[in-house]
Design a protein around this ligand. Structure first.
Ligand code: FAD
Length: 280
């Protein structure tokens, strides 16, 4: 990871845009965020490998700013031979960090593939490429939506870390205690690696509500009610969102979180505004 990194382990996540205009906007966002000296940028991967080529291309372009750039990689629906080729391509292109995920199979798409869970992907990456990659995996302080119970999800998470992951990034959440509880329980199961909270700036209530329903992240009632009351007043939503999420970040850092990973949705301003509000 970059030696010039910010003292706090901040990182920023992007998605691979589908248009030229989207790509130009993303590169402007990257430049604005690069000034904060993040530890890394990451670029998401479409379900079932649907953005594979775009993710690779965007990773290369984003990494031209000289900051470590980690592609996300999911295993569900993929064959080992295809994953092996992609790992070797990334290694040859100078990529040394990955975010390893199971992913979700889009409805109507074929079989689950040869690796069913992210712990199997982490094992596979280690078997194929040794210690070349720093591997981040996903964590769910409020439980993964398909998990049969909190305990089982936590055990599955600990197994994934033992398979050779170096750090975890959480799904976003708005309740700091959910994070502290998860970290405490993971430590009790022997997980020592950093668990970095994933932060979702609030800018658009409709999109946030849709995302949160899909990924199992809870929007506390008091936040939901307040956002609903603002209707389509986007300035009021952004101002309230900035205040709520800045306060959450400050609490997380004061309570010992090792950094912050921002789900930027390819926008610089919301994350920058939050970073300006917090003290490290
Ligand atoms: P896993 O860790 O495999 O867990 C999935 C479920 O299976 C959980 O319920 C778990 O409890 C259970 N489980 C795990 N291991 C086992 C086992 N060995 N036996 C039985 N049950 C098990 N999605 C994308 O498509 N592209 C992305 O780029 C992307 N980036 C993400 C980044 C972050 C930081 C996060 C938090 C999520 C991201 N996702 C992405 C979403 C993610 O793919 C989904 O949440 C997916 O449903 C689970 O992926 P996972 O890697 O957490 O799976």
């Amino acid at each position: 990871m970059s030696t010039q990194a910010h003292p706090l382990g901040i990182s920023f996540e992007f998605f691979p845009p589908g248009t030229e205009a989207g790509r130009d906007k993303l590169l402007r966002t990257r430049d604005a965020l690069a000034e904060r000296r993040p530890r890394f940028f990451s670029v998401t991967y479409g379900a079932g490998g649907s953005t594979q080529a775009r993710t690779r291309q965007i990773v290369q372009q984003v990494s031209e700013a000289g900051i470590t750039t980690a592609p996300h990689l999911s295993c569900i629906g993929s064959e080992k031979s295809a994953l092996r080729d992609l790992l070797h391509q990334y290694r040859d292109e100078g990529i040394d960090s990955l975010v390893a995920l199971r992913g979700d199979l889009p409805s109507g798409m074929g079989g689950v593939g040869e690796l069913r869970y992210a712990n199997e992907l982490v094992e596979f990456i280690r078997a194929e490429t040794g210690d070349h990659f720093e591997i981040a995996v996903a964590a769910y302080p409020e439980s993964h939506p398909q998990a049969p119970s909190f305990e089982r999800d936590l055990e599955n998470f600990a197994r994934k870390m033992r398979a050779g992951a170096n750090l975890a990034i959480t799904q976003y959440f708005f309740t700091a205690d959910a994070y502290f509880h998860f970290v405490e329980r993971a430590r009790a199961l022997g997980v020592e690696a950093p668990i970095v909270p994933g932060i979702m700036p609030i800018t658009n209530y409709t999109k946030l509500a849709r995302f949160s329903d899909a990924c199992g992240a809870e929007i506390p009632r008091w936040i939901r009610k307040q956002l609903e009351a603002y209707g389509d007043d986007s300035e009021a939503i952004a101002a309230f969102g900035e205040e709520v999420v800045s306060r959450l970040c400050q609490r997380l850092l004061d309570g010992g979180a090792p950094g912050l990973h921002f789900y930027t949705l390819n926008q610089a301003e919301p994350a920058l505004a939050i970073l300006d509000n917090i003290t490290v």
